[in-house]
Structure formats: C-alpha cells, structure tokens
Design a protein around this ligand. Structure first.
Ligand code: GSH
Length: 215
C-alpha cells in the first residue's frame, strides 16, 4: 500500500502522525500543506478532508483525518504489539489517555501556546496566560503521577497515547513557562527524546507561528 500524509511539519497534529509513521518505520510521501504552504482550501483537498485542516492521511484506498484517528489506525494496522497493545484491557488504558489528551490536556495547554506564542506580544493578556498555565499544570500533575508508576502513559511500552501527548513537550519546555518540577514527567520526556522518530517529528521550530494568529 502506498501512504501519503498531507500537513505542515509545524503543526502539532501533523507531528503526531509523522512520529507514528517513523516510529513504525513506514515508507510514505509527505506533502507540506496548510499554513504558509496553503492548499487546504482547495476543492481536491476538501474532498478528502471537509474540515480544511491538517493532517490527512491516505493509505491505499483509505482516507482518514483527525490526528488521533490516524495515529490509532497506523498503530492498529502496522504496530500490533508495538504501539498498539494486543489485548482490549491494555488498549482500554491507552485509549483512556488518548481521549484524555483530546478532551482535557489539549484544552488546557494549547491555549497557553496560542496566548503566549501565537498572539502578538502587544496583544498578550498575562492574566489569561497565568490561568491557562495553572490549568495545564493540573494536567501535567496528573501525568506526573501516572508516570511515577509506569514508564509510559499506557504502561510498560510506548503506545499511541504517548505520541498524542508527547508532541506537547517540545513547545511546553521551550515557551519560557515557569512552574513546579515534575520529575516523572521530565524523565518521560527524556525517554521520548531518546527516540529518533520523536526528535525528528516533534523537536521542530515553531518560529513561523510566533505572533501569528492567522492559521
Ligand atoms: N482535531 C483535528 C485538528 C486539526 C487542526 O486544527 N489542524 C490545524 C493545525 S494543528 C490546521 O489545519 N490549521 C490550519 C492550517 O494549518 O492552515 C486533528 O486532531 O487532526
């Protein structure tokens, strides 16, 4: 099957897919799209992804959008026993964390990125930043507690839950945020950084997004 990924590398949601593809050592074509590359408002792209957002993945005759759905699909199709635990009981824990990232963690930390990095300096609201940072640290404390009893969010090995959560770490640790030391979270980030696929996908400059609310 031939795999194609559409989406700019500076997108955190695209980074999840790039990391999963490389972690699974899959061959694929990567087409930069959206943001400064534009193209996501074109009819041929909207026919694949009616949201006009990135990422979108095609694998043979299958087209999928929504980063978590893509990462879960790749893990199930190509990573059984690796990124995708074999038993439903193990997968329940991985899905718990994956859904928590979508419904709770991203809603906490992404506003910090938008308020502090994407909003031009002159328009920044420090009270709003402080509130979002506090909400984020509540989530990081929950992750820290989990990572105190297991090396990865899903358990003993890296799974798609770590991928969807882990893409936050480069931005979070380079945005100039002060806060409590969370040793288990820091150790997990160090473990992720040992992986070439993580470094390539996630440790990516977001310079083009600084002060830019447009996309
Ligand atoms: N829930 C979607 C969100 C997708 C999304 O918001 N993508 C952003 C980039 S992170 C986007 O396409 N922005 C417009 C652009 O890059 O031009 C997912 O997880 O895939």
């Amino acid at each position: 099957m031939s795999i194609t990924l559409w989406g700019r590398r500076s997108s955190g949601n695209v980074q999840k897919v790039v990391w999963a593809l490389d972690e699974l050592e899959l061959a694929y074509e990567h087409i930069e799209l959206g943001g400064k590359f534009k193209g996501n408002d074109q009819a041929d792209y909207l026919a694949m992804n009616p949201n006009g957002l990135v990422p979108t993945l095609r694998d043979g005759d299958l087209t999928v959008w929504e980063s978590h759905a893509i990462v879960r699909y790749l893990s199930a199709e190509y990573g059984s026993g690796l990124l995708f635990p074999v038993t439903p009981r193990e997968r329940a824990v991985v899905d718990q964390w994956t859904d928590w990232v979508a419904t709770t963690f991203q809603l906490a930390w992404l506003p910090v990125f938008w308020l502090k990095v994407r909003t031009p300096l002159a328009q920044q609201d420090q009270a709003a930043i402080d509130k979002a940072v506090a909400a984020s640290f509540k989530c990081f404390a929950i992750m820290d507690a989990r990572l105190g009893v297991a090396p990865f969010l899903g358990g003993d090995q890296l799974t798609y839950a770590d991928i969807v959560a882990g893409v936050a770490m480069y931005r979070w640790t380079t945005m100039g945020i002060a806060g409590p030391t969370l040793p288990n979270l820091t150790a997990w980030h160090a473990r992720l950084n040992e992986r070439a696929a993580f470094r390539k996908a996630v440790n990516v400059s977001y310079e083009e997004l600084v002060g830019r609310l447009a996309f």
